[in-house]
Write a protein that binds this ligand. Structure first.
Ligand SMILES: Cc1cc2nc3c(=O)[nH]c(=O)nc-3n(C[C@H](O)[C@H](O)[C@H](O)COP(=O)(O)O)c2cc1C
Length: 330
């Protein structure tokens, strides 16, 4: 049974990657993920704000301009709110690389071009096999257009690509008005991989206390559907390799993601719920499923359900939508 795959130019024995999560925040956790069979590990993100803050404090700016920054900085989490500051992150990356043989992918999280991107180079020097760039952004300014946001995203990717020579994957949200166009432009800007999709921060409201409540619900397999849809649309249309993150809990989820076109599937919630050993279960179930269904390799099924051969995908999308609504019977 051949489960091997290529992702970001890395040859992996199978597509199960441990996505960015606290599970790899210490070296023991990194080892546990390798022992459980992860083909690669993505470390948690280092945030643009953490780096910028460090750069600011290096120049003593926060103190000198304390008054003007006071309000703005009060919104930022304090440095100790992060598990790893910029310096600790690079140290952890170095130690993680020494501890395991599988590829370790570092993660940078930011939204606009800037000096923080230089950290990509330091991550490369610390041994990262690849970078995952998480372009998390909620644009609340009505004067900012979708074109502005996409231009900045593309520029950010170009700058990261210029800063490093390791492969760069871009982790994206689905909330762009012309996602297929953006994906192609990121591909043209040199992104080596596209990771679909970020999950968004969705605060709840505590109606008694009149406060916004931070929530983080773990996913289930229903979240996979949005990823399958876009994977099927992009597969065969971009050069970049494709990763699914979000809703991968079972071997069948991996099969579906592969059929839609994914080169790898990243898992987080399932590992937080069941422990890293769940990777071993998914892997065994995956091999069993392929055998039962007489597939000799994953690569033969990759993209076999994508939409690249559909002559008019826009019309196809609308007709499926109409048929789905009309098919509802009370
Ligand atoms: C506790 C927690 C921490 C996370 N931290 C990061 C992070 O630092 N960077 C990142 O890109 N994604 C982060 N994620 C998102 C995951 O990598 C993943 O994309 C998301 O949870 C969807 O996958 P899942 O359905 O398998 O959980 C985090 C998720 C969780 C639950």
């Amino acid at each position: 049974m051949n489960l091997s795959t290529e992702y970001l130019g890395l040859s992996l024995p199978h597509p199960l990657v441990a996505g960015a999560s606290p599970l790899a925040d210490d070296v023991d956790g990194v080892r546990r993920l390798e022992d459980a069979g992860a083909a690669a590990i993505v470390l948690r993100s280092l945030f643009e704000e953490q780096i910028t803050r460090e750069q600011l404090s290096e120049f003593d700016n926060l103190e000198r301009h304390g008054d003007s920054f006071a309000e703005a900085t009060s919104y930022f989490p304090t440095p100790d709110a992060f598990a790893l500051g910029p310096f600790e992150y690079l140290n952890h990356l170095r130690r993680a690389k020494e501890a395991v043989r599988i590829p370790v992918i570092a993660s940078l999280n930011g939204a606009t071009p800037g000096g923080w991107i230089e950290y990509g180079r330091q991550m490369e020097q610390a041994g990262a096999d690849a970078l995952e760039l998480n372009l998390y952004r909620i644009s609340t300014n009505p004067d900012t257009t979708s074109a502005d946001i996409e231009r900045q995203a593309i520029e950010t990717v170009r700058e990261v690509k210029k800063a490093v020579s390791i492969p760069v994957a871009v982790k994206l949200s689905p909330f762009y008005s012309a996602f297929a166009h953006l994906a192609r432009e990121l591909d043209r800007a040199g992104a080596d991989g596209l990771v679909l999709f970020n999950r968004f921060y969705q605060p709840d409201i505590d109606a008694e206390e009149l406060t916004a409540v931070r929530t983080l619900h773990l996913s289930n397999s229903t979240e996979l559907l949005l990823r399958l849809h876009w994977m099927a649309i992009l597969s065969g249309r971009v050069r970049a390799s494709l990763a699914v993150t979000g809703g991968v809990h079972t071997a069948l989820d991996v099969v579906k993601a592969t059929m839609a076109g994914a080169h790898v599937t990243q898992t987080v919630s399932a590992l937080l719920i069941h422990g890293p050993g769940h990777l071993r279960t998914i892997l065994a179930d995956l091999a069993a499923w392929l055998e039962q269904h007489e597939w000799d390799s994953l690569s033969r099924m990759r993209g076999n359900m994508n939409l690249s051969k559909v002559p008019d995908p826009d019309a196809y999308e609308r007709s499926n939508y109409m048929l789905m609504l009309r098919g509802w019977r009370t």
